[in-house]
Design a protein around this ligand. Structure first.
Ligand code: PEP
Ligand code: MG
Length: 570
C-alpha cells in the first residue's frame, strides 16, 4: 500500500513501455523510399491526431499542441530525418529518434531558452515512433471519466497534469512508498497501491475494478458481494476520516506534555487548503521543483507571487520552508537536463542549480523578495559536503548583494537551512551545523543512499528500511549535532508521517515533524495518545539492537500496546 482507501469503478489502463524496433539499415534505395513514405504518412497521422486534440482544448493546451504541429514540420528536424533515411539508410523510427536526439543535443546547450522546444520534440518523437511501430502511447489525456488508473508507471509530472477529480485510485505495476509519485498521490488524497507486477497488462481498459488499498488487493470484474463489501468499507472509512477531522484544532501534545510541532510538505499552492484543514502548523517542506513540471514556466515575479501567497496563507500558523529546486532522479522535468545513466547520483538538486546559475539566481531572488514580510525560511537539498554548502551559500550571498544593490527588500534574517538526506551530510552534520540555522532530515533519500536501495524500485523494496540500524544511528547523530550547535531540527521524509514510525522519530528526539497533509490527522491522534517518555525508551532499545527485524518487532509491540490503550480510553 502507498495510501489507503477504497474505489470501485471503471479502469483506465496506461502503459509506457518504449516501443521496440530494429536498428537494421535498409538494403537499397527502393526500401529507403518505402521508409521515407512511411515517415511521411506517420507525419500526416500525427498531424491529424494533434488537430483532433485541439478541438475542445483550452488556450494553454492549444498553444502547446500548435507548437508541436509546428515542430513536426520543422525544416531542420524533417531534413535530418530524410537525410538519415535516404543517405544513411536508417529505417523510419530509427531515423526519427536519431534526428530528435541530434536536435535536442544542439538545443541543450541553451537549456533555459529551449526547454519547451525540447519537450515538444520529445513528445512529437514519441508520437511518430508510436505510429511507426504501431505501439500505443500512454496517453493519459484520454482520461475523461472518474476511473481507477492502472499503469505500469506514472511520472509525477503526468500525475500533476491530470484533473484529480477524475482519479478514483492509482494502481501501479512497480514503484515504492517513498517515490515521488507515491508522495504526490498521498498529497492528493488518492488511494494508491504499488508493486502489482503486471496489473497493467492483465486489466482491460473500461472493465470494472474494485480496490482495497489497505490490503493492496485489486479485484478485476468483481462479483456483487465484493462490490457491496468494498462500498461499505468505503463508507466506514469516510466516517472515520470525518471523526478525525474534528481533532485538527487540538495541539499535538503527548500524554506527558511534550508538544510535537506538526508541519506539512506541499508541492504547490493547490495543496495548501488540505494542509490548513488538517491543522498544519507551518510548511516544513515546499517542494518547489513541482512548479517546473507543468506546461507553464514561472518567471521571477510569478514565483514571488506563489511563495508570498503560501506565506500569507500560513501567516497565523507558522513558517514556510521553501526548498530550492530538487529536480532530477524520479522528479524528471521534461526538457531540463540530459538523461543520465544513474540520475539519483547525478546532476540533481543543488548540483543542477549550481550548473544553471541563471535559473537558480531567478529562484533565489524570488525567495528573497517573497521573504520581505517574514515567515519564510530557505532550505537547500542534497547537500553532500561542507565545500558544496559553502559554494551554495556564497552564491546565495552574491544574489543577496545583487538584490540589495537594486534596492529590493528582503528578510535579512531569513533562516537558512540544509537538508540532511545524503549519508555524508549526516556523518558531517557537526561541521554543517555551524554554517546554517536549521537542519531538516529527508529520510526518503537518506534511506535510499544509506542502504543503497532505489526508493522507487519494488524489486528491492524489501531492503528499503527506514529503521535500519544505520539509519537510526544517523538520525541520532544528526539530532545530537543539531542540539550541540543549538540549531533548529526537523524531519520531513515520509518517515515523519508514518504512524508505525512516529514513536521512534519522537523517541530519537525529533520535535518538528513535517509530513504529507493527509498524514497530519492520524499523526496528531497518535501523538496525543502516546507518552514521550516511553517513546524515548523505545528509541534507546532500538538503537541498541543489531537486527532490523528485531526493531520492527519492537515497534509492532509498542504500537499494538498504544492502540490497545487508545481503545481502552474510548
Ligand atoms: C526526502 O528525501 O526525504 C525528502 C523529503 O525529499 P524528497 O522526498 O522530495 O526527495
Ligand atoms: Mg530528498
Amino acid at each position: 500500500m502507498i495510501f489507503g482507501g477504497y474505489a470501485c469503478m471503471e479502469a483506465f489502463v496506461v502503459r509506457h513501455s518504449r516501443p521496440v524496433f530494429s536498428h537494421e539499415r535498409t538494403k537499397d534505395e527502393s526500401q529507403a523510399k518505402v521508409e521515407l513514405k512511411r515517415y511521411e504518412e506517420a507525419c500526416r497521422t500525427v498531424d491529424e491526431a494533434l488537430h483532433a486534440l485541439m478541438t475542445g482544448a483550452d488556450d494553454d493546451r492549444n498553444t502547446i499542441l500548435e507548437a508541436q504541429c509546428f515542430m513536426l514540420y520543422d525544416p531542420e528536424f524533417t531534413s535530418t530525418i530524410s537525410h538519415l533515411i535516404l543517405d544513411e539508410r536508417y529505417n523510419a523510427p530509427h531515423a526519427v529518434e536519431s534526428a530528435a536526439s541530434m536536435v535536442i543535443d544542439r538545443l541543450s546547450s541553451n537549456v533555459e531558452m529551449f526547454r519547451e522546444n525540447i519537450a515538444d520534440i520529445q513528445d512529437i518523437t514519441s508520437r511518430l515512433v508510436s505510429v511507426l511501430t504501431q505501439e500505443s502511447l500512454a496517453d493519459l489525456r484520454g482520461l475523461c471519466r472518474r476511473s481507477v488508473i492502472v499503469a505500469d508507471t506514472i511520472l509525477p509530472s503526468e500525475l500533476l497534469s491530470l484533473d484529480p477529480s477524475l482519479i478514483g485510485a492509482i494502481c501501479l505495476d512497480g514503484g515504492g512508498p517513498t517515490s515521488h509519485v507515491a508522495i504526490l498521490a498521498r498529497a492528493m488524497d488518492i488511494p494508491c497501491v504499488f508493486a502489482l507486477r503486471d496489473a497493467s497488462r492483465k486489466v482491460t481498459g473500461g472493465s470494472l475494478v474494485a480496490l482495497d488499498a489497505f490490503q493492496a488487493v485489486l479485484y478485476v470484474d468483481p462479483d456483487e458481494d465484493t462490490v457491496s463489501r468494498i462500498r461499505k468499507a468505503m463508507e466506514h472509512h469516510r466516517m472515520q476520516e470525518l471523526e478525525m477531522e474534528e481533532d485538527a484544532v487540538l495541539p499535538a501534545m503527548t500524554r506527558d506534555g511534550v508538544h510535537i510541532h506538526l508541519e506539512c510538505n506541499i508541492e504547490g499552492l493547490d495543496f495548501v487548503d488540505g494542509a490548513l484543514k488538517n491543522g498544519a502548523e507551518g510548511v516544513g517542506l515546499f517542494r518547489t521543483e513541482f512548479l517546473l513540471m507543468g506546461d507553464h514556466e514561472y518567471d521571477e515575479d510569478e514565483q514571488v507571487g506563489i511563495y508570498r501567497e503560501v506565506a500569507r496563507r500560513f501567516a497565523r500558523r507558522g513558517d514556510v520552508t521553501i526548498r530550492t529546486y530538487d529536480m532530477g532522479a524520479d522528479k524528471f522535468v521534461k526538457g531540463l537536463g540530459d538523461e543520465e545513466a544513474n540520475p539519483a547520483l547525478g546532476l540533481r538538486a543543488v548540483r543542477f542549480c549550481m550548473s544553471h546559475e541563471d535559473m537558480f539566481r531567478t529562484q533565489l531572488r524570488a525567495i528573497l523578495r517573497a521573504s520581505a514580510e517574514g515567515g519564510i525560511r530557505i532550505m537547500f537539498p542534497m547537500i553532500s559536503s561542507v565545500d558544496e554548502l559553502d559554494e551554495v551559500l556564497s552564491f546565495f550571498n552574491e544574489v543577496k548583494l545583487e538584490c540589495r544593490s537594486q534596492g529590493l527588500r528582503f528578510d535579512e534574517n531569513m533562516p537558512v537551512g540544509t537538508m540532511i538526506e545524503v549519508p555524508s551530510a549526516a556523518i558531517t552534520s557537526d561541521l554543517l551545523a555551524g554554517r546554517v540555522d536549521f537542519f531538516s532530515v529527508g529520510t526518503n533519500d537518506l534511506t535510499q543512499y544509506t542502504v543503497a536501495v532505489d526508493r522507487g524500485n519494488e524489486k528491492t523494496a524489501y531492503l528499503y528500511k527506514e529503521c535500519h540500524s544505520a539509519m537510526l544511528r544517523l538520525l541520532d547523530l544528526t539530532r545530537r549535532n543539531a542540539d550541540a550547535a543549538a540549531i533548529d531540527l526537523a524531519i520531513c521524509g515520509e518517515m515523519a508521517g508514518n504512524p508505525d514510525l512516529i514513536p521512534l522519530v519522537v523517541g530519537l528526539g525529533y520535535r518538528r515533524l513535517s509530513m504529507n497533509p493527509a498524514s497530519l490527522l492520524p499523526a496528531r491522534r497518535l501523538i496525543r495518545g502516546m507518552e514521550c517518555r516511553k517513546a524515548e525508551e523505545l528509541a534507546k532499545k532500538a538503537l541498541d539492537m543489531t537486527s532490523c527485524r528485531d526493531v520492527e518487532a519492537l515497534l509492532e509491540k509498542f504500537n499494538a500496546e498504544t492502540r490497545d490503550n487508545e481503545q481502552g480510553r474510548h
